[in-house]
Design a protein around this ligand. Structure first.
Ligand code: UDP
Length: 417
């Protein structure tokens, strides 16, 4: 599709002013070299955002590249430990040899990406996997921004101090919520993530296609279902979701549960958690565990649109794109009372916040007893996402950060000459 056609689709959806403003802001940093770096091409929220954000930046004529660091299993085991410890899990610390693998892997990637990162005007480093890259660019030309996507409200102090020595080197940090921000020696921005309303994951689907997809997945179209879409990760509490479903099913024997998820190449724990989930659901044919390849966006879209209630019962959550995706489809959401879910599930307004499976089952019952409540929550949820959690808003926020960064050195003028 042509650039103008795509922009016109956003204009039709969101009004011309917002999109014209984006175009104007982007034009002021047209020749600035922007690079995003993360650790996986697909699987998980960061890849999901970048796979929409980078093309949109290109449509706006920005000079942007996206690079993915490479690592062996030991590297991702170490970074998953960081991830768990930073999100408050009380687990064992990485060994000195594991930390060495972390540092060495970043050193190797720094060598591979040397030219592009040395010459970039703005570098966004996403999450902790590529964090220590910056220590290998003592004479960097550009501004480096650490974009943190995880729930940092209760980090392990030991790991935080270990990583902070790298974070301190950055020119700015971005957190998804102010509750996650930490004391750092540089400017901090609070920018929640977003979804793309024009992506395969979120575009409108007709009911025929939805029904077809559900039938292929052997889901009974004539019975209600609960849905949680997530990587198989303990913080997403899939076992708590199964318990919730079992409690709700005592009152609604016709209920089905769909747990849809795939892996992410930077998450080595997925298989283990998936096995636990399969074991816990053994013998119940109404629990559908659907393991999907990473590009199953239309299938997930259909699952979300077909669901009666969407669950995201996370115990910790940086943001939870799946919540925004469900709200955008006007679904009532029952979310774990954690992190970024609180920005989206406004208790009693766009869904319900819960902690225990019993609470979740009680709220499911509320939706069953009062279908209008679910419709109202869905309607308000869609409005909230439209106002706050679409990609155009997030890109505008990034343009502000980039402009601030460039102005702070006068680099903007140099780069656009
Ligand atoms: N997702 C997907 N396939 C899966 C599981 C998840 O495409 O099998 C997508 C999901 O629709 C969402 C993103 O991956 O867009 C997950 O982002 P979220 O912020 O919910 O969680 P994260 O995985 O980043 O912790």
């Amino acid at each position: 599709m042509l650039r103008q056609d795509i922009l016109n689709q956003y204009r039709a959806l969101l009004g011309p002013e917002k999109i014209d403003r984006l175009c104007q802001m982007a034009a002021t940093i047209k020749n600035v070299k922007i690079v995003h770096v993360n650790s996986t091409k697909d699987g998980g929220g960061v890849a999901e955002i970048l796979s929409q954000m980078v093309p949109l930046m290109k449509i706006l004529d920005l000079n942007v590249q996206w690079h993915i660091i490479q690592g062996e299993t030991g590297f991702f085991q170490c970074t998953k430990m960081f991830h768990n410890l930073l999100q408050g899990e009380n687990s064992s610390l990485p060994s000195p040899s594991s930390l060495q693998i972390y540092e060495q892997t970043n050193k190797k990637n720094a060598a591979t990406l040397k030219k592009v990162l040395q010459e970039a005007d703005i570098v966004f480093i996403h999450d902790i996997q590529p964090l220590s890259l910056l220590s290998h660019f003592p004479n960097r030309k550009g501004k480096w921004i650490w974009r943190c996507h995880i729930d940092l409200s209760t980090p392990s102090e030991y790991i935080w101090q270990y990583l902070k020595k790298y974070i301190d080197l950055y020119d700015a940090s971005i957190f998804s919520m102010k509750e996650f921000s930490q004391k750092l020696p540089h400017p901090i921005y609070i920018i929640p993530p977003s979804i793309d309303p024009l992506s395969e994951k979120n575009i409108e689907l007709d009911s025929y296609e939805i029904k077809n997809i559900l039938t292929k997945l052997q889901i009974d179209n004539n019975r209600p279902y609960l849905l949680q879409v997530s990587r198989f990760d303990r913080f997403k509490d899939p076992l708590g979701v199964i318990e919730t479903y079992r409690l709700a099913k005592t009152k609604h024997p016709e209920l089905q549960l769909i747990l849809a998820g795939g892996g992410a190449s930077d998450d080595p724990e997925g298989d283990k958690v998936l096995k636990e989930v399969e074991k816990s659901s053994e013998g119940d044919l109404d629990i559908h565990i659907i393991v999907l390849p990473s590009n199953s966006h239309r299938i997930i879209n259909a699952l979300q649109r077909g669901a009666n209630i969407v669950l995201q019962k996370s115990l910790k959550e940086g943001f939870g794109l799946t919540v925004a995706e469900a709200l955008w489809k006007s679904k009532p959401v029952i979310g774990g009372n954690a992190g970024g879910i609180r920005l989206q599930v406004i208790d009693g307004q766009t869904g319900f916040l819960v902690t225990t499976p019993q609470e979740a089952a009680d709220r499911i019952e509320d939706f069953f007893q009062n279908p209008q409540l679910g419709q109202e929550c869905g309607r308000r949820g869609k409005e909230l996402v439209k106002e706050k959690f679409l990609i155009t808003r997030q890109l505008q926020d990034y343009l502000v950060v980039m402009t601030d960064m460039l102005l702070s050195t006068g680099q903007k003028n140099r780069a656009s000459m």
